[in-house]
Design a protein around this ligand. Structure first.
Ligand code: C5P
Length: 242
């Protein structure tokens, strides 16, 4: 269902605030994103608490370390009510393969459905000048995104996080089955907050995004259910005219 594409970013500092949102929205959305702020405030207990309320979790901790360490972390989060989690592609293919193998082995051992393992290609907060001048990457930004997505696929990852403007090049590099998770989504009349290059929910799904990460347009809405309903309608309209 279209609503299952929505992942609500729980960018709040406490368990109480996060669970209020989960209890209010329930299964009107597909999943909830727990990032560094909430996870570091609450620990793995927050994943269990969301699971008890039947919520699925995208654990957005962006692992990046030596293969053995990332494999161990991937093993731990598999089974903690994690439906999706992520690693940085710039950790390299050995690291990504180790994460994917550990996650698959752990899911099989526990007899649970395996999570989706997603790569972060290039942080969208980085400019081309920073990527090349500070980090020393020789390729231009778009080529780097496509190369990292391809490497992620070859290393056994299920997909990548990408800005909506990168969807086309990733589809070309990695094909239709590769999962694309897109933040930077704003309904047409919503505040941009600190986002710069945004797409509407309809535009993002029409461009081929599989999942949309949406935070403030839902969590800060006066009526969260109405905000979700409007987003679902926008996606349905766009998909009808595709
Ligand atoms: O509130 P908003 O919809 O802007 O939240 C977007 C979420 O997606 C935040 O949790 C943000 O950290 C995350 N994100 C992003 N851009 C990226 C990667 C992640 O906005 N490139």
């Amino acid at each position: 269902m279209v609503k299952d594409k929505i992942i609500v970013a729980l960018d709040v500092p406490s368990k109480e605030e996060a669970l209020n949102i989960v209890e209010e929205l329930g299964d009107q959305v597909g999943a909830y994103k727990v990032g560094m702020q909430l996870y570091n405030a609450c620990g793995p207990e927050i994943l269990r608490a969301i699971g008890e309320r039947k919520g699925k979790v995208f654990l957005d901790l962006k692992f990046h370390d030596i293969p053995n360490t990332v494999a161990a972390a991937s093993r731990v989060v598999t089974g903690l009510n994690t439906f999706m989690f992520n690693v940085h592609c710039c950790g390299g293919s050995a690291m990504m393969k180790a994460a994917a193998e550990a996650m698959r082995a752990e899911a099989a051992a526990k007899g649970i459905e395996k999570p989706l393992l997603i790569g972060v290609t290039v942080l969208t907060s980085l400019s081309e000048e920073e990527l090349q001048g500070e980090i020393g990457v020789g390729r231009d930004l778009t080529e780097q995104v496509a190369a990292m997505a391809k490497l992620a696929k070859e290393s056994g990852l299920d997909g990548v996080v990408a800005s909506a403007k990168e969807i086309k090049i990733i589809r070309e590099a990695c094909g239709e089955d590769f999962v694309i998770v897109t933040p930077g989504i704003r309904p047409r009349d919503a505040s941009l907050d600190d986002q710069k290059r945004v797409k509407t929910p309809g535009e993002a799904v029409a461009d081929g995004a599989d999942y949309l990460v949406i935070g403030r347009p839902i969590t800060k809405a006066e009526n969260r259910t109405a905000a979700v309903r409007a987003i679902v309608e926008d996606m349905e309209q766009a998909l009808k005219s595709c």
